[in-house]
Design a protein. Structure first.
Lengths: 300, 353
């Protein structure tokens, strides 16, 4: 019983950190979807690019680790901004499915760009200070310090997001655009700028998640963004895509589901990813709007 | 001149293609390499046509095509592999009972592969088709990934991550182009039948189509299942062309769906001849771009090859097509002898007067 409790506590902290990472990525999906009704397929690959930027900032440009991470986060934000400007803006008034197809194209472009420029062979991401991976021992429970750092960083970023959305004018404009773009622009908000800011914030969050992810599973490779990206998208759908609270709740739910099922039924470890997909299908069948019902319209 | 019907167009095309084939075969242009490429074009063509039936003609955006291709490929390969080969390959866990003691011919195996894929299309379509737009896309993508992960983990059925080896290379130019012809006939007659008009109505506006009395769900399901069948057939042909199968994402996963998506977007979403044009384009361009991946000797300078270059350029072309030329080569229309005749007549007429 005691061993069970210990493994439960360990799994609990693991789920909290994994769920936080999913939530950080999911926020990027849900913000873009809420405004443009676009599934930004490339979001998982922006996450991947963020880790590569951090890796090269530290190994190639020899920056100290904290500055390297900061630079990488900024560059990734810039990348998100340019992707929106180059690939999505020309298609904003096209049928929605066209922008989805373009997003898929951007996703594969980034992946093959990483293969060409950074190389297809996985690289070991050992650029962070060593004490991150040390264990915090409390009796029989051993938890890496990194897990706590992940939880704290995630909490801090969500606080930042809350302030941005509910205490600033930009946040007000974001929430207004999610409801109705033309009216908001008539009210004097610069829609293009607000959409750019959305992409920058979403991409920087993805970069933070990517760096934390790469420290947790210390490896970077060009296809590392696909599965976490898809799962974070699922988290956003579980919570109700378009809703930021929903994305956060969905991310944690998915993290708990995955870790707990594998923790208690280790035989199912090979099917770990299937749980997320099956959850998605079940949610879409029975409550397609997710836990937090989101405003949607269908014009006939 | 009376408008030529679909059948007349088809017969003219077949006669034309046979003529071209005999001309090229006599001129001895077909090396081993080229006949492999020409076979691949037909396989890609079947994949693209089956995909455009769902994504273009019916107008529901699926991302699960690779799942059906994989099911067709694995089913038929497990049926045609010799019993000794199966015993050799499955060394982690032996193959389950009925499959380990049978071996059947290529043609029935392909049909069964198609039918199994169609059955899965029905199973997947039943829940997914209740969704619309991008939700449907994501649900089908999730199902395709579930199929791939199941293939990767069921060692007793598919040999898991080890994959299948030593599949006989039955797929010849004739098999591939024969199946392409069947695909064009079936999906072409479907497109120009009353069902096809209903599908077009659904793709324009599902709600309006429903109001006009079209059973949207049944029509979409029919298109999805037929598409699944031909995807399975193309998978079987592909398996017996490439002779090894493995369940990595890059070979039978989302990457393959993306390749087929490139073909149908370049050819024009919803056009059968466009899908074939896209397949030809993709087969040639991906072969041609491969030269950037090996060292090139350019006037005495050696330019080092970069792996992954072909994929990078293809996705760049894809994005540019989406931004600047969204209707693709054919749009939704079809290439026909009539339209070519009209096109040249107009050109000649312009020059003369």
């Amino acid at each position: 019983m005691d061993a069970n409790l210990n493994s439960f506590v360990q799994n609990f902290f693991n789920s909290l950190s994994l769920g936080g990472l999913y939530a950080l990525i999911a926020v990027g999906y849900t913000m873009v979807y809420g405004i443009l009704r676009l599934i930004n397929f490339a979001h998982g690959d922006i996450f991947m690019m963020g880790t590569y930027f951090a890796f090269y900032a530290i190994t190639l440009f020899l920056l100290p680790w904290w500055l390297g991470f900061l630079v990488a986060i900024c560059i990734t934000g810039l990348l998100g901004y340019s992707i929106e400007k180059i690939a999505y803006r020309p298609l904003r008034n096209a049928p929605r499915i066209s922008s989805l197809i373009t997003a898929i194209g951007v996703s594969f472009f980034l992946e093959s760009f990483a293969v060409v420029v950074f190389g297809g062979i996985p690289k070991s991401f050992n650029v962070y200070p060593k004490f991150f991976s040390e264990m915090l021992v409390m009796g029989k429970i051993r938890i890496p310090i990194l897990t706590f750092i992940t939880i704290i960083v995630t909490a801090f970023l969500f606080l930042f997001l809350w302030v941005l959305l509910y205490k600033t004018k930009t946040g007000l404009a974001m929430r207004a655009i999610a409801v109705d773009i033309p009216t908001t622009s008539l009210m004097g908000a610069n829609v293009n700028n607000v959409i750019s800011i959305t992409f920058i914030v979403g991409s920087s969050f993805a970069a933070v998640a990517g760096i934390l992810w790469a420290m947790k599973y210390p490896q970077v490779q060009p296809y590392m963004g696909f599965t976490p990206g898809l799962k974070a998208f699922i988290a956003a759908v579980i919570g109700g895509i378009g809703s930021i609270q929903g994305a956060i709740v969905g991310g944690f739910l998915l993290g708990f589901l995955e870790i707990m099922i594998v923790g208690f039924f280790p035989g199912l470890a090979g099917y770990r990813d299937v749980f997320a997909y099956v959850t998605l299908v079940i949610i879409l069948m029975f409550r397609p709007t997710g836990i937090f019902k989101v405003y949607s319209e269908q014009k006939v | 001149m009376k408008k030529l019907s679909f059948k007349v167009n088809l017969i003219l095309t077949i006669v034309f293609l046979i003529g071209v084939y005999f001309f090229l075969a006599n001129a001895n242009i077909f090396g081993d390499y080229w006949s492999r490429i020409i076979t691949l074009i037909a396989i890609y063509g079947i994949m693209a046509i089956s995909y455009t039936l769902v994504n273009g003609i019916t107008g529901i955006f699926s991302l699960g095509q690779a799942g059906f291709i994989a099911i067709g490929a694995y089913t038929s390969a497990l049926l045609t592999l010799s019993i000794q080969q199966k015993e050799m390959s499955f060394f982690i866990q032996p193959l389950i009972w009925p499959l380990n003691s049978i071996q059947i011919g290529f043609f029935p195996a392909t049909i069964i592969g198609g039918l199994v894929a169609a059955f899965f299309a029905f199973l997947i379509g039943y829940p997914s088709l209740r969704l619309t737009g991008d939700y449907f896309a994501i649900a089908t993508l999730a199902f395709a990934e579930i199929i791939r992960i199941l293939i990767q983990n069921s060692y007793g059925l598919t040999n898991g991550t080890l994959g299948l080896k030593g599949i006989s290379s039955y797929t010849t130019v004739w098999w591939a182009w024969g199946w392409l012809l069947v695909t064009v006939i079936v999906i072409g007659s479907l497109k120009f039948s009353s069902y096809g008009r209903a599908l077009r109505a659904i793709s324009e506006d599902p709600v309006a189509a429903k109001v006009m009395g079209i059973d949207v769900f049944r029509h979409q399901m029919m298109a999805f299942v037929i598409s699944g069948f031909f995807a399975g057939v193309s998978g079987s042909l592909y398996a017996h062309w490439i002779t090894t199968l493995d369940p990595r994402p890059a070979s039978l996963g989302v990457m393959l769906t993306f390749y087929v998506l490139i073909m149908i977007v370049i050819g024009g979403l919803g056009s059968i001849s466009g899908a074939i044009i896209g397949a030809i384009f993709f087969a040639f361009v991906s072969q041609w771009l491969r030269m950037f991946e090996s060292n090139v000797n350019f006037f005495g300078f050696t330019i080092p090859g970069v792996p992954g270059m072909s994929m990078l350029m293809l996705s760049a072309i894809f994005i540019l097509v989406m931004i600047f030329w969204r209707r693709g080569v054919m749009g939704k229309s079809e290439l026909s002898w009539q339209s070519m005749y009209n096109f040249f007549k107009k050109r000649v007429g312009d020059e003369n007067g």
